[in-house]
Design a protein around this ligand. Structure first.
Ligand SMILES: [Zn+2]
Length: 267
């Protein structure tokens, strides 16, 4: 286990292993795509509307199911029960609409797309109830990237709000424990990465939970890296983002004031 250089607490990045890729398909409705009048390269999906709606491609269940790598794990009832029993903090859940992806009886000759996950056989579907899944919504706060982390704004688009950052320091310095609210699940702005405490990693290990990998912070970036950042409201639930944002605005901490002056985009 590696320790965080900035403090004594051990943190991990919660991520999806390649082995469970493709277990869930589908997604959510979005507002219209965001197009940028200045740069067509800034086009991106609009904000999500409503709950997730997924199709499971297998009756084999992991304890964490990912529709998108590294973003929003879906938790079966058993995982949620374990998290609650262990009194883990910094998360909420949203219901997920779940159905089986039914494998067609005959492969469709018109369908030429390579599909490694054809779905579940119809006779199995009729005998197997769909499992209940919950979307993990991170509400914990790990602060803003500290000065030691070395964040530089490379581009800030005046038309569409997209920001691009350069990172030129050690990712192990990303978490500033003085800003962290001690949640077990948390985010550090301006990134969408899910960070967890060692309590989460140990619980997963103890119960042999499948479908998640706990990566050291040092694995996040290496060398000079560029990455995009989005407003706080893209990374935390709306009410929580407003609350955190308000607190940031009222902070007297010199670094936070400087961070907001240079990077703020709290709408
Ligand atoms: Zn733009």
């Amino acid at each position: 286990m590696t320790s965080n250089k900035a403090g004594s607490t051990v943190f991990w990045v919660l991520d999806s292993p390649d082995t469970t890729r493709g277990l869930a398909e589908g997604g959510y409705e979005t507002e219209p795509s965001i197009t940028c009048p200045l740069d067509s390269g800034h086009q991106r999906a609009g904000r999500r509307i409503g709950d997730l709606n997924v199709a499971l491609t297998s009756t084999w269940m992991a304890d964490f199911i990912w529709r998108w790598a590294g973003i929003t794990p879906l938790l079966p009832e058993r995982t949620l029960t374990l998290f609650r029993a262990a009194e883990l903090t910094g998360f909420d859940v949203r219901p997920v609409t779940v159905r089986w992806k039914v494998r067609p009886r005959q492969p469709d000759p018109e369908d030429l797309t390579p599909d490694s996950t054809p779905g579940v056989a119809e006779r199995v579907v009729t005998q197997t109830p769909v499992p209940r899944l919950w979307e993990l919504v991170v509400t914990g706060w790990g602060g803003v990237a500290p000065p030691e982390f070395g964040l530089r704004l490379v581009e800030s688009c005046p038309a569409c709000d997209l920001k691009e950052y350069a990172i030129f320091m050690d990712p192990e310095r990303l978490i500033d424990e003085r800003q962290w609210d001690e949640s077990d699940f948390f985010k550090v702005w301006p990134f969408g990465i899910i960070f967890v405490t060692d309590r989460v990693a140990r619980l997963a290990q103890e119960h042999r939970l499948r479908g998640a990998q706990f990566r050291p912070l040092s694995s996040l970036w290496s060398g000079d890296t560029r990455t995009a950042g989005l407003p706080l409201s893209e990374y935390l639930p709306a009410a929580r983002a407003r609350e955190v944002s308000k607190r940031l605005q009222q902070s007297h901490d010199a670094h936070i004031r400087e961070f907001l002056r240079r990077f703020d985009d709290t709408d």
